[in-house]
Design a protein around this ligand. Sequence first.
Ligand code: ADP
Ligand code: MG
Length: 698
Amino acid sequence: MLTGVGPRLVEKLSKLGLNTIEDGLYHLPFRYEDRRQLTPIARLSTSRQGVFYGEVLAAGETHTSRKRTRIFEVIVGDQSGQISLKWFRYRKGWLQKRFPLGQKAIFIGEVRSFGLMREVHHPDAELLTQHVSLDQLAHSDPLNFGRILPVYSLTEGISQKQMRKIWFALVDQFAHDITDPLPQEILQRNKLWSLSRAIRACHWPDNDQSLHDIEKGSDCGRRSVVFDEFFYLQLGLALKRQGVEVEQGIAFNVTHRYTIPLNKILPYQLTDAQRRVLGEIKQDMMSPHPMNRLLQGDVGSGKTLVALMAALIAIENGKQVAMVAPTEILAEQHARFFTDWLEKLGLNTVLLKSGLSVREKKERLGRIACGSAHLVVGTHAVLQKGVEFHALGLGIIDEQHRFGVRQRAVLKQKGESPDILVMTATPIPRTLSLTLYGDLSVSVIDQLPPGRKPVKTELYQYSKSLDAYRVLGSEIDNGRQAYVVFPLVEESEKSDLQAATEAADRLAADILPQARIGLLHGRMKTVDKDRMMNAFRSGDLDVLVATTVIEVGVDVPNATVMLIEHADRFGLAQLHQLRGRVGRGSDKSYCLLVPSSSYSEDAAKRLQVMVETSDGFRIAEADLNIRGPGDFLGTRQSGLPELKVASLLRDGVTLDLARREAFAYALKTNYLQDPASEPVWNELLRRWAGRLELASIA
Ligand code: ADP
Ligand code: MG
């Protein structure tokens, strides 16, 4: 379709994921080069891209002083000074021919300082037959001189110059065909350009634009493209949210039949934050539309109790409650917690897990189907086909980040528009939660129960690991308990398991002979896991050596030490979760990080963050920074349209603007009644490509 692009080039471009004209238009430069003017050699600053004119004063092969590697060096000068150009990989004959003495050229490259000298490695050069001014050059070769130039990511077999040429043609030919139905008033209000103009400016910025803005990504062109992308993303989310809001749900009554008695027997009071979010949840539950709420709260903030309160409201109304947890251990723990309290109120809890006998399972399913089970706790087992509720009114998902959007939908279908509460301890930076959970309402528990002491986090290098165990030993001598955690990596599962097993043996034999030590790992049978966990919980074990099966949610207040071996191999979110297992009682607690004997720079950053802060929110921000948003929380599988240009890290401000506009637009523009808005809705459907069903929203 594009002249000059033949089948072989098409193949190469498809390696960059570029298959359509639209892909091409959105393939924006990853940086720019300022070739608006030449800089005199004396004024070239280091660590920056320099564009300068010079004449070859000397050229030839030489070698570095120490390693005696060959290099080709060319000295060029202008009236102001001289600079050295160096090649480390080259064909000698070719360079000699290219740069004879007296050759004039324009050079482009990053200027480095080397001792007192400045030099440029592997510069680009545009040879000149005579001294021409930049204006003349820009005139004869406007794609490469006299302006701010795009630099694209390349694939093998395409040069930057070639790419620039093709992309100039592409943008020139097709950018004005981009029609974007975004209302003018929205563009004006936010000082934005039309998508067509914006895309063009991103590829070929005008010479009067600020390079600083362009480099920071805050120029009008890029901002407009980003806004556009965020707008449709947020508009889709706004509709999803509205769709839920108009759907008929259950309007619960808050009778306090069970909640007041529970409050009377609880050994503590709800924190202000718990009370506040419970208020928000109550509002949702009382409304005639289904609740879709995310409860966010740092590890140990007491989400389970809030879930219990919400469950009681549903039960007061003759409805059942389902609670889904990501691991067996956690489901067990929840079952124990809920059974404890519900029993005292004369209510029944049923636990669904794998490994039940056929008879047991049938009996439990029967109790769920007839309604005698008020609350059902379990793992994925709860979501399976055979599980039918008599009247499911509230579905709760714990540790939501372990589940997908689909599981939420399955749970919903187990009842007639039940309320849904999802809980997560993974603190999500605001920009991310707006996109990832943009269709949910969010409540945040931003306060820990009183009396908690912050966990002291210390880094012990590999060679000092015995010191870490000494800290652990003295806590045990004081009657406290400790976890020792090993990573479990798929490929080498066996050897890690071995490491954990051996460590348990070694601890028992040499380091902590006085301690009672148990081993917990993912390959154990459920009954054995339960037995081990219960032994630890009841204080029959001092140390639990474990693989990450204990990562989420486990709650044993007497445990005051979390020692993490090979800490470099864990992600930040995981480390934070693990640390959250201690500091749950009123005693001082320790998180001791022991990394492998050598580890990466990223790992060092993660460990540093852990030592510096226990603020889950800051940890999440740092995680996002180290890992990048695509990876974070597996957003790639989130079922949202992919962001081609916008960055959740850089573009938070634009995201806010777009969200506000999109939600307002969704509110005041009814796509069925307002034909003028039809192009916007069509564009919305196209962007979400089947991931959004307007029909279900009408
Ligand atoms: P998370 O939010 O990580 O799931 P949990 O619900 O497991 O936290 O609660 C952590 C611990 O705090 C539990 O032992 C729980 O009993 C206790 N807890 C919860 N709420 C309060 C409160 N208001 N006052 C004192 N302790 C509380
Ligand atoms: Mg929890």
